[in-house]
Structure formats: structure tokens, C-alpha cells
Design a protein around this ligand. Structure first.
Ligand SMILES: [Zn+2]
Length: 279
């Protein structure tokens, strides 16, 4: 099975499980492969056919294939600029609150995020944090490193090709492994000890929180029959896949929330206490 097929199968299973994500990031592979998978995912969102989706037979699918669906909104860097225009990204945030025209969901396809400044990604983050129920986002990027961590924490990642995972430091991996071990034993003392290295170390805290969102996401993906995207935490995600799906997704949301609050949290040293209590 090609990586694109694996990604499609994973998304299909998530849909069946009633957990179709609000935002998907497609990274790796070639620009053409990313665009093809993005078009497929957009069609999956608008399809109203019965049975397996996308059915490729309903009106919504047909319009998606012809590139004329009013609820599939492609957003790209303007030809005469080096990066996305802030006004375009702001327009996405505004239009995302409007209800769809024909389909049940309005899909914004934001192409090639390596061309979007951090400032613009932060504008986009606002709507990714609390997307209306009838809105979905499909993002593509050359590599996940081009996407800011707070945005990464809001998306389900579909990775094409064999490009390496965002590299975490050995220290961050060690902390995450200790946390994963403590979660399996479920002793509070172990959890407190595992997060202790984070006290007074904000960069390490940010790295560990991002790695934890990957860990829970990978565990959920394995549970749904997909594959883990973070090889350095493969053993841990396999072990945590024994937990219920709802628990894994709730923990992913929880650590993602902590990661987003890190920047405007002057008392971030208290965060390790919140983290150990909430896991
Ligand atoms: Zn259809």
C-alpha cells in the first residue's frame, strides 16, 4: 500500500469512528502528491453519498472532481509574492464562520505552508483552535518543520513519503518515555517524578508537550489500524494504544491546550503540576 493509500485508509477509519478531524496536515512527498491527497480529503468532507465516502458519484463529489465546488476554497500564495498575504489568511478566518453553500462542511485547502509566515500561521491558529462544526481545514506543507508547533498540535497529520519526523532532543525523548512508563503504571508519584525535569526549563517543556501530542496521536492511529509517525516513540505509542480511544484523544487535546497556553503563561513552572495531575 502506498503512503497515500495508507493515509486515505486511516482517514476513512477515523470517519467511521465518528472522529473525522477538523484539520488535517499533509506533509512529505512531492507537491503534486500533496495536492492530490488534499483534493481527495476535501472531496471526502463534502461527499453526501451513502456508504463508503467519498462515493465519487454524488453531485458534491462530481463538483469537487471538476474543481467547481462552492464549499471547497483553495488558498495559495499569490503569484506575485514570496509568501501568503496576511489579508488572504484573515479572510479565511472570517469566511470560516459562514455556513456552507451546498455541502454539510465548508473546506479550506491551504497549500504549501512553508510559504506562510509565522505571523500568518498565528492568525490561522485562531480559527483552528475553535473551528465551527461546519468548517474543515486541509493544510499541506513540504515538511512539518515549516508549521508552528501550536498549529501542529491542532491537526491530524497525514505524512507522505519517508521524510524524517521532527527531531526531538534526546532529553525530551527521555522525559516523554518516563511519562509514558508512569502512565502505564498509573502511580501519581511516578508521574510527578517524570515531569520534574521540566521545572524551570521552558524550551524543554514546549518540546515535551509537542512530543506528547504526537505520542497520543500515534497511539490513537495505531489503535485505528494506522501507523505511528514518530519512530523514536514507537514502543511507547504501541504500549499506550491499549488505552481507550476517547482517553487518548482527550489526553492529546489536554497536552495540546497546555502547549498553546505556554506562551502567555508567566507561571509556566506550575505547568508541570497541572501536567502530572491531568495525565
Ligand atoms: Zn460523494
Amino acid at each position: 500500500m502506498s503512503t497515500a493509500e495508507t493515509a486515505k485508509a486511516l482517514l476513512g477509519r477515523m470517519s467511521t469512528a465518528g472522529r473525522r478531524p477538523h484539520a488535517v496536515l499533509i506533509d512529505g512527498g512531492s507537491e503534486t502528491e500533496r495536492a492530490e491527497l488534499a483534493a481527495y480529503v476535501a472531496k471526502l468532507y463534502v461527499c453526501d453519498g451513502r456508504g463508503e465516502q467519498p462515493c465519487c458519484a454524488c453531485d458534491q463529489c462530481r463538483k469537487a472532481d471538476e474543481g467547481v465546488h462552492p464549499d471547497i476554497v483553495p488558498v495559495t500564495k499569490p503569484d506575485d509574492r514570496k509568501s501568503f498575504a496576511k489579508a488572504d489568511v484573515k479572510r479565511v478566518v472570517e469566511e470560516a464562520t459562514l455556513t456552507p453553500n451546498e455541502a454539510a462542511v465548508k473546506v479550506f485547502v491551504l497549500n504549501e505552508l512553508q510559504l506562510m509566515s509565522e505571523e500568518c500561521q498565528n492568525v490561522l491558529l485562531k480559527i483552528l483552535e475553535e473551528p465551527p462544526a461546519y468548517t474543515a481545514f486541509v493544510l499541506t506543507a513540504q515538511t512539518a518543520n515549516a508549521v508552528i508547533p501550536t498549529v501542529l498540535s491542532r491537526v491530524v497529520r497525514l505524512r507522505l513519503g519517508s521524510e524524517e519526523e521532527t527531531a526531538f532532543s534526546d532529553k525530551a525523548i527521555a522525559v516523554v518515555q518516563a511519562i509514558a512508563a508512569a502512565l502505564q503504571k498509573n502511580y501519581e508519584y511516578d508521574r510527578v517524578a517524570a515531569v520534574a525535569p521540566l521545572d524551570g526549563n521552558k524550551p524543554l517543556t514546549a518540546e515535551v508537550l509537542l512530543a506528547l501530542t504526537y505520542l497520543f496521536r500515534d497511539a490513537a492511529a495505531l489503535k485505528l489500524g494506522g501507523s505511528a509517525a514518530c519512530p523514536s516513540l514507537a514502543n511507547e505509542s504501541r504500549a499506550l494504544a491499549a488505552l481507550p480511544l476517547e482517553t487518548l484523544l482527550a489526553r492529546q487535546d489536554f497536552v495540546g491546550g497546555l502547549l498553546r497556553s505556554l506562551d502567555n503563561n508567566p507561571n509556566y513552572t506550575l505547568l508541570s503540576a497541572v501536567l502530572s495531575a491531568g495525565l
